[in-house]
Design a protein around this ligand. Sequence first.
Ligand code: FAD
Length: 381
Amino acid sequence: MSDTKHTKTILLLGVGHTHAHIVRNWKRNPIPQTKLVCVSNFPTTVYSGMLPGVLAGQFPLRAAEIDLQRLCDWAGVELVIGNVTHRSGRQLILADGTTIAFDVLSVGIGSIPSTRGIEIAHPACLSIKPMQDFTKRFGERLDRLRFQNRSEPIKVSIIGGGMAGCEIALCLQARLSQTATEIPFELKLIHDAENILQSEPSRFRRRVSKELKSRNIHLTTGHRVREISIGALHLEDGSTIPNDLAILASGAAPPPLLSQLELPRDDNGFLLTDDSLQSTSGEPVFAVGDSGSIQHKSVPKAGVYAVRQGPILWDNLQRLMDGKTPKKFEPQENFLKLMNFGNRSAAGVWRGFSFQGAWALHLKNWIDRSFVQKYQPSDKS
Ligand SMILES: Cc1cc2nc3c(=O)[nH]c(=O)nc-3n(C[C@H](O)[C@H](O)[C@H](O)COP(=O)(O)OP(=O)(O)OC[C@H]3O[C@@H](n4cnc5c(N)ncnc54)[C@H](O)[C@@H]3O)c2cc1C
């Protein structure tokens, strides 16, 4: 049956921090004669800011999840669950051979942890992405290690001492210590630079370092991991660290699919855009969140920026349809950073000022929950 109501299709590839905003706005203000279609590789998306709290056992995974089918049904948006393999002209091709045609495309499939320069024996390494099944994969690996009739503690290493790596280490410590009498463990954080959190104020760094120490998380800095093999991490200086399970928190790298979309990319492989978030190819294609890189601007790969791009993308999709000049995305210089310590407190930085306490965790939980709840429509909304 032909679709006479809709003459144009906007296709959102991936539904994360930026695209969820478009779906939500569609409910109130759909663009006339236009169909909105989303493609996602999972039926849910996870709000990354809450994943560490899930790891710590502070709340269940479903509290951090957005049910995409529910959100799309509520907003009158079509959702396709599948794996896109490549693009051919104005069509995306899925692994099962299905094609989805579009007039306008926006790519927001996030990023994956960087494995650049690291050789990996896969069972020894867990990727934090996809976040949707990380806790399941982590639990299964831990169970397997536990049943290996071991006399030694389970050795878990987090590779990367940025905000995400430190937060994951502290939250995992909270989780593992709940069962430490049955499953003894050792937790390590390995970072290649001399200091963890090197772009953060020194007072904040000191707070986090002190917390890591008091929680028996062993910190190794100034050493690059060159290989993750079964049983050990091999460092660039030739030394080894015994290891059963490594988790990469080593910065953002482009998902392989970005190289299959026939679009200009930056030196790291992310899709290159102008400051209206539109591909520098000049085609009606946008790239947002971690997947995009704005030409001549250095925007960190952080959820805060992906969220702020939502309203700009929404405006620019409408402007493109109306033949109007697009709006520019002006990234803010400062944003509030909060790190869940996995116990009852959090630490944060705001404009160079560092703080810590139970109230900071309450603030973080309030901000995070308010965000996720916007995309968890109830039957009454
Ligand atoms: C543990 C952790 C904690 C973090 N905490 C914070 C924080 O507190 N504050 C902050 O600012 N940033 C944080 N970040 C960074 C933040 O997660 C990213 O910057 C943010 O998720 C980027 O949003 P996005 O919309 O680009 O991608 P995402 O939110 O990752 O969404 C991408 C979506 O696309 C889907 N997808 C992926 N591949 C495909 C495919 N091939 N086909 C279809 N769909 C696909 C994914 O399943 C996902 O639903 C954290 C990152 C991690 C790993």
